[in-house]
Design a protein around this ligand. Structure first.
Ligand SMILES: Cc1cc2nc3c(=O)[nH]c(=O)nc-3n(C[C@H](O)[C@H](O)[C@H](O)COP(=O)(O)OP(=O)(O)OC[C@H]3O[C@@H](n4cnc5c(N)ncnc54)[C@H](O)[C@@H]3O)c2cc1C
Length: 316
């Protein structure tokens, strides 16, 4: 029996998605091993001493409004594993060339008030979307449900979100302050702002700032990965670090794509594909991460190829 046969699942990469997939499987009673190439867990949520002694820096991700909005995250007892969220009173300040800054505040009204002649336009754009934040995230943070649970909220969001950020900013706002605020947030798409769909990121980050804030993890984003890892170990999962995976073991390995989310969820005993099952399927491989999918898209790869994940299932 090869070593892989003693686990129900082996997950490659201890980034937040790999750890979330492992936690999901372990909670479903499956035995899981996570294999991580780097010396520490965390992937894009790593925090490191990069400059002066004693100063910890987030290497990639720093603010986590989607963690607060995710039902999966809310269900986990990560506070017991040391995770504490810090909520800054101001989510974001965008500096301008004239030495002033434009602010994203928790309230739509206060943010609009700082946008001069675009105040009413900002209100009209963000007000209705923020009210529907819970509905929009329920449909967006996971496998797209068919039919959508909240079609009207999704249509309202989608009409604006599908536009290029540059076009939405030009159509909707007249002044530099509102356009700069929106462009700064949309740039998180890691896409050219002229690309269709890039507006989605500006909208989501602004909506999140108003609806739940832009929280940071106390001690740096590493605390998120450390808490997930601690919880996984509590559930009996194993994590090995410092071991790059260079080949898949022969034998009972199967390749799953996002299209087989249903079979993956059945495999772990879930009647329906859930957000976390989707992650277990689609996120098991770094290239299939959200960032990877955007990258694959921008290179023109079909989505199905980008999200292909490979898991090893034993004893079935
Ligand atoms: C610059 C930047 C800033 C970002 N800021 C934010 C932010 O503020 N908020 C936010 O929510 N998101 C942010 N993101 C996105 C976020 O970092 C990613 O969505 C998230 O890290 C993806 O998690 P993952 O587990 O899918 O992949 P990763 O975090 O990339 O983890 C993959 C892991 O797999 C390991 N691995 C790779 N190959 C192998 C192998 N062959 N064998 C073993 N292990 C392997 C890697 O070492 C890594 O630890 C940012 C991304 C970037 C690039």
């Amino acid at each position: 029996m090869s070593r892989s046969d003693i686990y129900d699942a082996i997950i490659i990469g201890a980034g937040p998605n790999g750890l979330a997939a492992a936690v999901t499987l372990a909670r479903a009673g499956r035995s899981v091993r996570v294999i991580e190439a780097a010396a520490t867990v965390g992937g894009g949520t790593r925090t490191a001493l990069l400059t002066l002694p004693g100063f910890r820096h987030d290497v990639c991700s720093a603010v986590h409004p989607l963690a607060l909005s995710s039902r999966f995250f809310r269900d986990l007892p990560l506070d017991r594993c040391g995770l504490r969220w810090i909520e800054p009173s101001l989510p974001l300040a965008h500096p301008l060339d004239d030495g002033t800054a434009v602010l994203l505040e928790r309230s739509v009204g206060a943010t609009a008030a700082g946008l001069g002649r675009d105040a009413a336009a900002y209100h009209r754009l963000m007000g209705p979307l923020v009210k529907r934040w819970a509905a929009v995230t329920e449909d967006l943070l996971g496998p797209p449900p068919l039919p959508p649970r909240h079609p009207l909220a999704l249509i309202r969001f989608g009409v604006a979100a599908l536009l290029p950020a540059s076009l939405l900013a030009r159509l909707w706002f007249r002044g530099e302050r509102a356009r700069a605020l929106f462009a700064g947030m949309a740039a998180h798409a890691i896409l050219p702002l002229e690309r269709p769909g890039s507006a989605a990121f500006g909208l989501i980050l602004a909506m999140a700032g108003h609806a739940v804030g832009w929280p940071v993890a106390q001690g740096g984003s590493q605390a998120i990965a450390d808490a997930l890892a601690a919880y996984l170990r509590d559930l009996g999962g194993e994590i090995v670090t410092g071991q790059p995976v260079t080949a898949f073991p022969p034998g009972r390995s199967c390749s799953m794509s996002a299209r087989s989310t249903c079979s993956a969820s059945r495999a772990i005993g879930y009647p329906q594909p859930t957000d976390a099952c989707w992650r277990a399927t689609a996120m098991a491989r770094p290239r299939s991460s959200l960032t990877g999918r955007w990258m694959a898209r921008s290179r023109g790869l079909p989505m199905r190829v980008a999200v292909r994940a490979r898991c090893t299932w034993a004893a079935r």
